[in-house]
Design a protein around this ligand. Sequence first.
Ligand SMILES: Cc1cc2nc3c(=O)[nH]c(=O)nc-3n(C[C@H](O)[C@H](O)[C@H](O)COP(=O)(O)OP(=O)(O)OC[C@H]3O[C@@H](n4cnc5c(N)ncnc54)[C@H](O)[C@@H]3O)c2cc1C
Length: 388
Amino acid sequence: MDHIDVIVIGAGPTGLYTAHKVAEAGYRVVVLEEHKEIGVPVHCAGLVGYRSLKEFDLYWEDVVLNKVRGAKIFSPSCRTVLEIVRSDTQACVLDRENFDKKIYERALSEGAEVLLGHKAIDVSVHHNYVEIICSDRKHSARILVDAEGARRSIAKKLGVSTPSRGILPAVQMEFKGVHDIDDKIVEVYLGRKWSNGFFGWLIPISEDLARIGLASARNVVYRFNLMTRLHPALKGRLNRARIIRRSVGFVITHGPLKKTCGKRFVLVGDAAGHVKPTTGGGIIYGVKGASIASRVILRSLSRDTAICVYDELWRREFGRDLRFMLIIRKILNKLNDNALENLMFNFKEYGLEDILVRYGDIDEQYRLVRGLVKNPLIILAILRTLIS
Ligand SMILES: Cc1cc2nc3c(=O)[nH]c(=O)nc-3n(C[C@H](O)[C@H](O)[C@H](O)COP(=O)(O)OP(=O)(O)OC[C@H]3O[C@@H](n4cnc5c(N)ncnc54)[C@H](O)[C@@H]3O)c2cc1C
């Protein structure tokens, strides 16, 4: 059994980001990854805010497949389409496999050790160390970072209570030969008719290549097929298209976990629920959390202080944003298709689309909520929806 300062379970973006930051300070970090290759299999649409990528120094031109300026949001019947489009780049479509590999290379260059094909099976927390059991050996470390993603089998062993709702299966396929793509605009398909608890999406990569996907609480494969065949916005556009890549995964919409750390461990990324409940995007909030986790860990390693302050720190920094988004997700989930149809129609009628364009931000969505609540027309739009 060899002694390690920090052991990280999971070599996704958040585990690798934490490993990189801790190794950079000269500590011994070991990352365990169950798969034999970084970034594979891909389970992501790869849409990430442009400003946030730059802010966290995660922007590499050669993993950016496309840059988009906004989104069109389709009401359930497509009667109303809200267009939130700006003149400059808002988000990047990433080659997610190679994005993860870039963070991996950075972690390696700082001295982190990444053990591929090593699955953590069990874990036990002791007074001044943690023990992690893999199939062929044991590791002990001063601190454990659980970055295992949405599955949370290790989190459960750590005694963390994990929500059973708000983890939705998702299907995504990359189609070549799609007609009528505006390669600067993402498309979002709302409505229970298509998805139960989430939405469908089209993310353009080029003028004839797009990632089309859907997450739903129930019957996700059936609903995905229904959407690609019958959705009015997609009808006819996939006639000659062929599927070149398929992926499945779990989208998290339940918001952050109540407890994300213990005496000797922290949870980061999807494992912590640091995912936008509105869109299921978890890369940026995951990295935000990982950045805070690495600061707390470094302080703890140098002064042997507790790491429980992590919970308080990330809540202070972005807990409010995630709470806002969770409220929006809950409201959207409560609306039936008629109500949603009317609300979107009234939004457009009252000119609230401009507010969406002005305050809409792929990552900092609370700005939009603030912009909307300041505008009295939102009350009128809601009242009119309630009356109708
Ligand atoms: C269909 C779909 C589309 C998405 N689209 C977007 C998007 O457009 N933009 C966005 O920001 N987010 C998106 N997300 C969410 C995003 O993929 C996640 O938030 C992000 O990958 C979280 O990173 P992570 O490092 O926390 O976990 P992960 O990327 O899931 O990495 C966890 C790693 O841990 C490993 N692991 C798990 N258990 C063990 C174990 N016991 N031992 C060793 N290794 C283990 C796994 O193999 C994996 O490599 C999408 C998700 C899905 C499902």
